[in-house]
Design a protein around this ligand. Structure first.
Ligand SMILES: Cc1cc2nc3c(=O)[nH]c(=O)nc-3n(C[C@H](O)[C@H](O)[C@H](O)COP(=O)(O)OP(=O)(O)OC[C@H]3O[C@@H](n4cnc5c(N)ncnc54)[C@H](O)[C@@H]3O)c2cc1C
Length: 412
């Protein structure tokens, strides 16, 4: 009897949310097909990064958000190197080198290196008490800081900044959000929706400084204040920088792969080297770099199917929708919310109740939606958007809500 050939070697760089989805799919659909080795720079198994906001706010513990442990990998026959980053790729010999001095050969390599939190190059950025909000180490550090510090400034009024502000507020800190733009979450919300959200958060004790550009972080060894360019000085003993993320492309760039904002991939998730694929926040597909998990998972699903031998599946891009995870504050935004280029919008706003709904239609189809105050219809609107169903006749009922639109839709 001839011995069966050894399975080809799959190496995965990164053990975040995209990689985990890929490994789950491979384990389910083609368990014996690849001999898999995973390198994760973080010193732990995989966790649900999205839920870090709830760990910071105290709704969940760090243990609650762990998706895997070492046993998860060994049960599936996967070799897992926790806390070991891949430092370089030798594409000619198809070998990766790691930070522990080791190496691993691959037949196929997957880059799932995610993003890095942007650190503003401000004077004082390295003072004790200045932190980003990206991983479990950040969150554990912030939670420890809340035991001794009373005031926090969060730089950045986007989704992550607001979730960080809420978490710190829940832990009893006096919190001010400093935001460069004129309204919060400007990438997802229009001015009115953002104002309703701001009022709600102010009622919950969070303060805001808008159109506020940070000039410096001040302190002797430890942070004492944030200085704004307009001269204001906000006394604080903790600073969270939540000013966005940047695709982690260092490894790919050093290996000579094609990179723009992210690692360039085609519809097959292949990089400029067909022996290397990339998925998740580190990639740029059709000009888009996504900062949310749904596209990362969609890419992981496609890549898993392709690695299982199905060459017909392709990734064609994602429509994204997102919720703000602040308990009791309902905010949902999806798709394209700026009614530009011939798109039309319908809005229903009630300043007394703080309820705001907007739908954006393009070519008779739902292109975007914003809900503040009641986000229960978010999933339903998202499905309509994804199906690309003609909804021009539902323009008015859509903005009133599913209860009005669904009967009209069924009747049509
Ligand atoms: C607090 C917070 C809340 C969020 N909330 C939401 C939300 O509500 N909805 C949503 O859709 N998205 C949310 N996101 C974004 C979401 O978490 C990301 O879109 C998702 O994690 C992307 O997955 P990824 O695998 O591409 O990157 P990551 O999950 O960041 O994983 C990348 C991993 O690769 C590791 N790595 C990097 N370089 C190397 C290397 N050379 N070798 C080995 N390992 C390496 C990194 O350490 C990291 O562990 C949130 C993010 C944060 C931080």
């Amino acid at each position: 009897m001839c011995p069966s050939p050894a399975p080809p070697r799959l190496v995965v760089a990164g053990n975040g949310m995209a990689a985990h989805r890929l490994l789950e799919r491979l384990a389910e659909d083609s368990p014996q097909r690849w001999s898999i080795t995973v390198f994760g720079a973080e010193p732990r198994a995989n966790y649900n990064r999205i839920l870090l906001s709830t760990v910071l706010s105290g709704e969940k513990s760090a243990a609650d958000v762990m998706d895997t442990d070492a046993a998860w990998f060994s049960r599936r026959g996967i070799t897992f190197h926790a806390g070991v980053a891949i430092t370089s790729i030798d594409r000619e010999r198809r070998i990766v080198h790691d930070a522990a001095g080791g190496q691993a050969a691959y037949d196929h390599l997957v880059l799932a290196t995610g993003s890095d939190a942007v650190q503003l190059p401000l004077p004082g950025k390295d003072l004790d008490g200045v932190r980003t909000f990206r991983d479990l180490d950040d969150v554990e550090h912030l939670i420890a800081a809340t035991r001794t510090r009373r005031r926090a400034v969060v730089i950045g009024g986007g989704l992550l900044g607001l979730e960080a502000a809420w978490g710190l507020r829940q832990r009893g800190l006096d919190v001010t959000v400093v935001h460069l733009m004129g309204h919060l979450m400007e990438r997802q919300l229009d001015r009115t929706a953002a104002l309703y959200l701001q009022r709600d958060l102010e009622r919950r004790g969070i303060r805001f400084a808008l159109r506020a550009d940070t000039a410096a972080i001040e302190g002797e060894g430890r942070v004492e204040a944030v200085r704004l360019r307009d001269g204001r000085r906000l006394a604080t003993d903790l600073v969270v920088m939540a000013v966005g993320v940047r695709p982690n492309v260092a490894l790919a760039r050093a290996a000579g792969l094609a990179v723009r904002r992210g690692v360039l991939v085609d519809d097959a998730l292949a990089t400029s080297d067909t022996a290397i694929s990339a998925i998740g926040e580190c990639v740029e597909h059709a000009g888009q770099v996504y900062g949310l998990v749904a596209p990362a998972w969609a890419q992981a699903d496609v890549l898993a199917a392709r690695l299982a031998g199905n060459r017909k599946v392709a990734y064609r891009g994602s429509i994204v929708g997102t919720n703000l995870k602040v308990a009791g504050v309902a905010v949902y935004a999806a798709g394209d919310i700026a009614a530009a280029d011939g798109a039309e919008e319908a809005v229903c706003a009630d300043p007394d109740t703080g309820l705001y709904r907007k739908v954006v239609l393009r070519d008779g189809r739902l292109a975007g939606a914003v809900l503040v105050g009641d986000a229960a219809d978010g999933g339903w609107l998202f499905d309509l958007m994804q199906r690309g169903e003609p909804v021009l006749h539902l323009r008015e009922p859509l903005v009133l809500g599913r209860a009005f639109a669904e009967p009209a839709r069924q009747a049509a």
